[in-house]
Design a protein around this ligand. Structure first.
Ligand code: C2E
Ligand code: MG
Ligand code: MG
Ligand code: MG
Length: 279
């Protein structure tokens, strides 16, 4: 339509645009207040060792309880938080809250925290991590940080410096959503991750897709050669579980073995009396 009106001629009004901008503006106001109003919550999804069936850790996943929209998923508001510049504050809250809650768990399992690429800006991420560990008294070897390729895409050297610093402190670093970016393999030679999190898209229906099985086998043998662990994300069925076992994955995280749960449920799951029945 805009083309039909000729080059260089912009339409400043699109039906619905005003409403969309209003909605964005009010979402921005809401998100800026969400932390102070305590509308953010962390839920935790268990991760299991495939050989022993033991719970080895939990991934912290953020939830936003919006007063009128209800539960807003992170895929909707994390990119928006990055855009409006509140991701550092939210990310710091996630880190401090996850460390504090995990420090109180009855078993010393790992806690994995997702980092946004933008948290590497400003040069204070390592200090924030050190402070969160000190404040919570969480032993450093229990903390894992998850980063996606997006974090390494720009300013790779700056990000690598921070990652190396965190590594020296004893924090583990995982590559999240492995295989979905532009240069997954390239990043494996730039930084020695502790763990590769194989994205759900390779796991989904893997039992009926020989190509996905081949990819998974290749990734697990690569990980062995690079001395990195592997975890399969998004395992939903017994058939998928059997395939990731056969491919030699070390760990599993998915709806089949455990959905994300509130902090209170983690406490119950880790109580000695309940920990016998895993999967
Ligand atoms: P992710 O880090 O790859 O987290 C895994 C996502 O897969 C989670 O979605 C989890 O609930 C979902 N999942 C786990 N098992 C299954 C399964 O068996 N089937 C299916 N269909 N899904 C499964 P969630 O919680 O909606 O989070 C989505 C993404 O949002 C995360 O992907 C992560 O990139 C981002 N995110 C979540 N929490 C945070 C946070 O605190 N900070 C930052 N920066 N990003 C976060
Ligand atoms: Mg993650
Ligand atoms: Mg992932
Ligand atoms: Mg993801």
């Amino acid at each position: 339509r805009a083309k039909a009106e000729g080059r260089g001629c912009h339409r400043f009004f699109e039906p619905g645009m005003d409403e969309r901008m209003q909605a964005r503006r009010s979402m921005e106001i809401d998100l800026r207040r969400a932390l102070a109003l305590k509308q953010l919550e962390l839920v935790y999804q268990p991760q299991f060792d495939l050989a022993s069936s033991d719970i080895i850790g939990f991934e912290a996943l953020i939830r936003w309880h919006h007063p009128t929209r209800g539960l807003v998923p992170p895929e909707e508001f994390i990119p928006f938080a990055e855009e409006i510049g509140v991701i550092s504050a939210i990310g710091e809250w996630v880190l401090r809250t996850a460390c504090k809650q995990a420090a109180a768990w009855p078993k010393p399992v790992a806690i994995a925290v997702n980092l946004s690429a933008l948290q590497f800006r400003g040069g204070k991420l390592a200090e924030t991590v050190i402070s969160a560990l000190a404040q919570s008294q969480l032993p450093v070897q229990r903390l894992e940080l998850e980063i996606t390729e997006g974090a390494l895409l720009n300013n790779t050297d700056d990000v690598l410096n921070v990652l190396n610093r965190l590594r020296e402190l004893g924090v583990a670093v995982s590559m999240d959503d492995f295989g979905t970016g532009y240069s997954s393999l390239g990043y494996l030679q730039k930084f020695s991750f502790n763990k590769i999190k194989i994205d759900q898209c390779f796991i989904r229906d893997i039992d009926t897709h020989a190509d996905r099985q081949a990819i998974l086998r290749a990734v697990t043998s690569l990980a062995v050669a690079l001395r990195m662990k592997t975890i399969a994300e998004g395992v939903e069925t017994e058939a998928e579980l059997a395939c990731i076992r056969a491919a030699g994955c070390d760990e599993v995280q998915g709806y089949l073995t455990g959905r994300p749960m509130p902090g209170g449920a983690v406490m119950a799951l880790l109580e000695p009396a309940c920990s016998a029945e895993n999967f």
